[in-house]
Design a protein around this ligand. Sequence first.
Ligand code: PMP
Length: 285
Amino acid sequence: RIVYVNGDYLPETEAKVSIFDRGFLMADGVYEVTTVIDGKLIDFDGHFTRLERSLNELDIANPMDRDAWLDVHRELVAQNGIELGMVYLQVTRGAPGDRDFIFPDPETTTPTVVLFTQSNAALVESPKAKKGIKVVTIDDLRWGRRDIKTVQLLYPSMGKMMALKQGADDAWMVQDGAITEGTSNNAYIIKDGKIVTRALSNDILHGITRAAVLRFAREAQMQVEERNFTVEEAKSADEAFVTSASTFVMPVVAIDGADLGSGTPGPLATRLREIYLEESRKAAI
Ligand code: PMP
């Protein structure tokens, strides 16, 4: 596999990053994942805009403009022959000489940029999407700036393991009785035809797929309510689903062991997945 590191395209075995990199020592960095379908990028501009926002919030200079980012994405997709899969990008504050809590001077420390691709043949025709996934609820123990897409992913990773240990597929995190989001996706329930999802704030990641799916839902005359919903409300919903760049719209069929409706993917979630795939493929670049 060919990867990109600080301006160079290299075989992955030759790619190097300093052990003093603040991404490695302090999780001082941000990332994006852009999905590739038919060799094209889904919602590239959404991911670029969020990257700029995340970097801005952390006072890290964006090392490239939109077109340069797009070139690197396309070059990696081409060099690795990716038809179905994703491009991962990470920008960290870089590697100053010494470990220090104080941010290094941007004049002397440049951000580290790493990109790589992953192939996934089952991305669109996903067996999981046909069956739906089961989630369990766990406390949301993350920090208070979940709107910044940092590489600080330990708790979400632990949450996913807690879910797997209970025989489920993923966890939904709970704060003050209300669902925030999934470990790596935004969470939705549907009751009496109404789609409910938490409103945007510092409590959740502003999903690029969320924005697209809510737009498509409204265009299809579905009702959408952006507000908090409780665990109890979720368990008595007719349907539920999650969204992310890599899973699109993924039906949820059980919460904490209780089946939703018939325990199979619901009609609205299934329809939204179809619409999302059709529309985002058309708009891919
Ligand atoms: N929430 C969290 C916590 C996530 O990690 C992700 C995916 N990175 C999402 C939501 C979904 O965001 P997107 O649709 O932009 O992939």
